[in-house]
Write a protein that binds this ligand. Structure first.
Ligand code: NAD
Length: 510
């Protein structure tokens, strides 16, 4: 049979369609294959949309947004509450669907959903956070108030690695604040974002308030150029984040674009090494290292710390269990696509050629019974130096690099001078060293004895340098700022007087 032809008994491939008002049919358009990374088989395909499809979604969003903006915040919050409850009651199904397309293990998939839900919980408090500011008596008989009003239509463009959390970061805040929202999730694992939009509708949201359009660069460009989209939030790799930022801003939009990362974990000589090793096992290898807040670089301070750490790391890493995403005992699963597996393995080749010592080699790993899956064994590289390309760039796989620092000053300098500045951690028992490090390091999110310092929902998430373009973080009060604009009203209500003698005269300039 010719490649691509379907045999008479073969089942039709599962289709993932757009979730827009009206006919979401993806017939006749380009398609993208969705893998099951654990089995190495294509399990579904997603329709890739174009500018005409986006126009339809935006028209529907435009029709519904003004009324939503006028809906009182408490009613909007009730829909967020109902959505939260629906996601919770469907959590297990969502986690399985997510894991089957992404490859992360079920526990991690639950975490992905849970962290998104925490932003939805924050958004349930929208009446409180939208209250604004008021000055009574700013002048004689004059009061001033500032209120935050929605922008109109917002769009989100999201990466493959958190297909539940990151969409919820964005649409939770945007919609609660009174905007309509168009989401373009990663084409690699688009099913959970569609399920979330279905549940949002079921929660009582008006049709058109949250729509999902699928696509690749063509759809991203259509979003960036669309005159009726006021703001774009992007999360993905840095080069694309920068491109999205520049093109969106040139089109007059508000844009926040989060990029890649290379987070360092500094280990001071007084650190509790058993805790550090346990933390690193999760933070470097969990989710196969496909987290923007993973810790792929460990920086022991002093040769003695480095040797002691390495000795403890080796057995801990060798004990990691790799499995399919439904394996409850697995620490991590496959990476997302065969291309990504190849790319990570090439980075290990590069590191070796550059002179790094391959202490534990995960290349060529094959999981018995799942030989076609996209698995990579855990890899430990020692004697990595800052001039190596494999240090400078993001690998995004289960690879931990040891960069030995001679002293505290060098340990502060390494993450500070790196092109990325998403997260960083320091492990120490010395409060002064921790404080000094946290205040001086040139990185956006800092953990002190906390390996993955993702801020809770009522703070805000955002890196520095090439990890974020634009000046507003995700969620929390920063997220609220991004999705709203401030209106300031200066008002005077003079006593009009019965005879008109005190009649109010509008002040004029000059
Ligand atoms: P990616 O940059 O490949 O894709 C992100 C989005 O951009 C997707 O929706 C994709 O369809 C779209 N896209 C892809 N190619 C494009 C192009 N040429 N032009 C326009 N749009 C395009 O990222 P990914 O591989 O899905 O996700 C992993 C990356 O995301 C890593 O670099 C990771 O560090 C980063 N990330 C960052 C954060 C953060 O908050 N800083 C969070 C999660 C992931």
């Amino acid at each position: 049979m010719a490649p691509g032809m379907r045999g008479p008994k073969e089942r039709k491939m599962r289709q993932v369609n757009h979730f827009i008002v009206g006919d979401p049919d993806g017939r006749g358009v380009r398609k993208h294959s969705i893998w099951n990374p654990s089995t190495g088989e294509v399990q579904a395909e997603v329709a890739l949309g174009d500018a005409a499809l986006l126009d339809r979604a935006v028209a529907a969003a435009k029709a519904v947004q003004p009324e939503w903006a006028m809906t009182n915040p408490q009613k909007r919050a009730r829909i967020m509450f109902a959505f939260k409850q629906l996601v919770e009651s469907n959590k297990d199904d969502l986690a399985h669907l997510l894991a089957s397309e992404h490859g992360k293990v079920i526990d991690d998939a639950h975490g992905d959903i849970q962290r998104g839900l925490e932003v939805i919980e924050y958004a349930c408090g929208i009446p409180q956070v939208l209250k604004g500011e008021y000055t009574l008596g700013a002048g004689p008989g004059i009061d001033v108030y500032s209120a935050r009003q929605p922008l109109g239509i917002g769009a989100g463009i999201t990466p493959f690695n958190f297909p539940a959390m990151i969409p919820m970061w964005m649409f939770g805040m945007a919609i609660a604040a009174g905007n309509a929202f168009v989401l373009k999730p990663s084409e690699r694992d688009p099913s959970v974002p569609v399920r979330l939009a279905e549940l949002f509708l079921e929660a009582g949201a008006p049709e058109g308030l949250l729509q999902v359009v699928h696509g690749d660069k063509e759809m991203v460009d259509a979003i960036l150029d669309h005159p009726d989209i006021a703001a774009v939030s992007f999360v993905g790799s840095s080069d694309i984040a920068h491109y999205v930022y520049k093109r969106g801003v040139a089109a007059g939009k508000r844009v926040q674009a989060m990029g890649g990362a290379k987070n360092h974990g500094i280990v001071m000589p007084d650190a509790d090494l058993d805790q550090v090793v346990g933390d690193l096992a999760g933070a470097a290898f969990g989710s196969a290292g496909e987290r923007c807040m993973a810790l792929p670089v460990v920086v022991p301070v002093g040769e003695d710390t480095a040797d002691r750490l390495r000795e403890k790391l080796i057995p801990a890493i060798n004990a990691l269990r790799i499995g399919v995403s439904t394996d409850k005992d697995a620490h991590y699963g496959p990476v997302v696509t065969p291309e990504h597996k190849a790319r990570v393995e090439v980075w290990i080749d590069t590191a070796e050629k550059e002179g790094a010592e391959v202490v534990i080699d995960g290349r060529g790993f094959s999981l018995q019974g799942h030989e076609k899956g996209f698995f990579i064994g855990p890899t430990l590289l020692d004697r990595v130096t800052p001039d190596m390309e494999s240090y400078k760039e993001e690998i995004f796989g289960p690879v931990l690099q040891i960069v030995r620092a001679k002293d505290f000053e060098e340990a502060v300098r390494l993450p500070s001078e790196h092109q990325y500045g998403n997260g960083v951690a320091i492990f120490t028992r010395n409060g002064h060293a921790a404080r000094e490090f946290a205040s001086r390091v040139n990185v956006g999110m800092v953990g002190i004895n906390v390996p993955i310092p993702v801020p809770v929902a009522y703070h805000s998430f955002g890196g520095w340098k090439r990890s974020a373009f634009g000046d507003t973080n995700q969620y929390g009060t920063e997220g609220l700022k991004f999705w709203t604009k401030v209106k300031t009203v200066t008002q005077r209500w003079p006593d009009g007087g019965g005879d008109g003698s005190n009649a109010f005269v509008i002040p004029t300039m000059g």
